[in-house]
Design a protein around this ligand. Structure first.
Ligand SMILES: Cc1cc2nc3c(=O)[nH]c(=O)nc-3n(C[C@H](O)[C@H](O)[C@H](O)COP(=O)(O)OP(=O)(O)OC[C@H]3O[C@@H](n4cnc5c(N)ncnc54)[C@H](O)[C@@H]3O)c2cc1C
Length: 397
């Protein structure tokens, strides 16, 4: 019998399994795919996420380093460059493979191409059935992503309203004619539909033959892709829908002998779609909680409660604030656009979240204090400009 089985070898599962194995736990990590496997993702790993890893990423995993962001709405853009890095862009194939190798080095047993089909729990153990075999462990960590099977042992399946759809298509980088839209800035485009945005991330290597860089669009409307790609001179073509859980909604994340992490737990940013940092952090907490039980430092119930508390304090509160922000932007799109496009400061401050310097709660508090000031100052500026123009027009008549 294993001490722990981890289902899914993405950032959450690899992190958790590595931590458990390092503490001497008999650890089995299962994944339905063979690595390196492709993973649809824009590949932006925030500086915050890098801080949660307890080892540096080698250069061959990092494709670009981002020091700022460009926000666009129609023909308006706002660009901010910071003096420190806010994120790196990776190929998920290589990134996930690198994390998996780290897990292998720690002594965890890894079985690829073993899809978890069902989970059952009794008072002393948990049984996991895969396509090839059946396993038993004291605890199971569900890290099998948004369509998690293991999560069904903890909570009901996600409803449609619990999810965001990302429409994705690989694109070729446009020829460099001096108007490049893809460089080392994180790119976000607003204004397709409520609570939705699109992003283009800079990439170095090819994601698949002849293609460079993914386009990511969150959209409920089939009209949106064309609208989105037009400004960057790319044709709307075949889009694939991918699901991202809507973070910030209260859900059960642990039950008896099963703990959920990452996307399986619903930990993804409802404003930006970012989920890698929460996957790594929740994987760490889950590994620590199980190690506490197995090494006898904590009773099972206390360790699971500890996991829920850590997740609440470091992840869920932040995601709830992100959801409030997404809803505010949705409710007051013009006001939000004015705040973000009339001044550099709000976008610069927002990037501090990715840089790991503040969280959404602090950002929202900061915005609440400054938003009225920005709004009135910019309204005054616009009125003054309009009046100056009227005088000028009269003078030329
Ligand atoms: C289009 C798109 C773009 C995104 N862009 C970004 C971004 O730029 N930055 C960012 O931070 N986040 C981004 N995200 C979110 C991010 O991809 C996820 O939040 C993150 O990958 C979650 O990690 P995870 O380990 O929980 O799950 P995953 O990375 O999804 O890993 C789950 C693993 O479980 C395996 N698995 C699934 N089912 C089973 C099963 N039944 N049995 C065994 N194994 C199984 C899968 O093969 C996979 O390896 C994006 C998401 C999408 C859809």
């Amino acid at each position: 019998m294993y001490d722990v089985i981890v289902a899914g070898a993405g950032p959450a599962g690899s992190t958790c399994a590595r931590l458990c194995a390092k503490q001497g736990l008999r650890t089995l990590l299962l994944d339905k795919d063979r690595f390196p496997r492709s993973k649809t993702c824009a590949g932006a790993v925030s500086e915050q996420a890098l801080m949660y890893l307890d080892f540096p990423l080698p250069h061959w995993v990092i494709e670009r380093e981002c020091f700022g962001a460009r926000l666009s709405l129609g023909d308006r853009t706002m660009e901010v460059r910071k003096d420190r890095r806010v994120a790196v862009v990776v190929s998920r194939e290589r990134f996930d493979c690198f994390l998996l190798e780290k897990t292998r080095e720690s002594g965890a047993e890894i079985r690829e191409e073993e899809k978890v089909l069902s989970v059952s729990q009794n008072s002393g153990s948990v049984q996991v059935e895969t396509e090839k075999a059946a396993y038993q462990a004291r605890y199971l960590v569900g890290a099998d992503g948004v369509n998690s099977r293991t999560a069904l042992a903890v909570r009901p399946p996600f409803r449609r309203s619990d999810l965001t759809t990302a429409l994705v298509r690989p694109v070729e980088e446009p020829a460099d004619n001096g108007e490049r839209t893809i460089d080392c800035l994180l790119e976000m485009r607003l204004g397709f539909a409520p609570m939705e945005y699109g992003g283009v991330l800079p990439r170095n290597g090819n994601t698949s033959a002849g293609n460079r860089g993914p386009v990511k669009i969150s959209s409920r409307s089939s009209e949106m892709p064309g609208e989105f790609v037009r400004p960057i001179r790319m044709e709307a073509a075949v889009y694939l829908g991918h699901l991202i859980p809507l973070g910030g909604i209260k859900r059960r994340i642990a039950h008896k002998r099963v703990i959920l992490t990452g996307d399986a737990a619903g930990f993804a940013d409802p404003f930006s779609g970012e989920g890698i940092s929460y996957a790594i952090l929740s994987g760490r907490f889950a590994g620590q909680a199980i190690a506490k039980i197995v090494t006898g430092q904590k009773e099972a119930a206390a360790a699971l409660a500890w996991y829920e508390q850590q997740a609440e304090y470091w992840i869920c509160r932040n995601l709830r604030a992100a959801l409030s922000m997404a809803r505010l932007v949705d409710r007051f799109p013009l006001l939000s656009a004015r705040i973000f496009f009339d001044d550099r400061e709000p976008l610069a401050k927002y990037l501090d979240i990715a840089a790991g310097q503040i969280d959404y709660r602090r950002f929202l508090r900061w915005m609440m204090l400054r938003a009225p000031f920005y709004f009135f100052r910019n309204s005054y500026r616009r009125a003054a400009e309009a009046q100056a123009k009227r005088y000028q027009d009269r003078g030329t008549e």
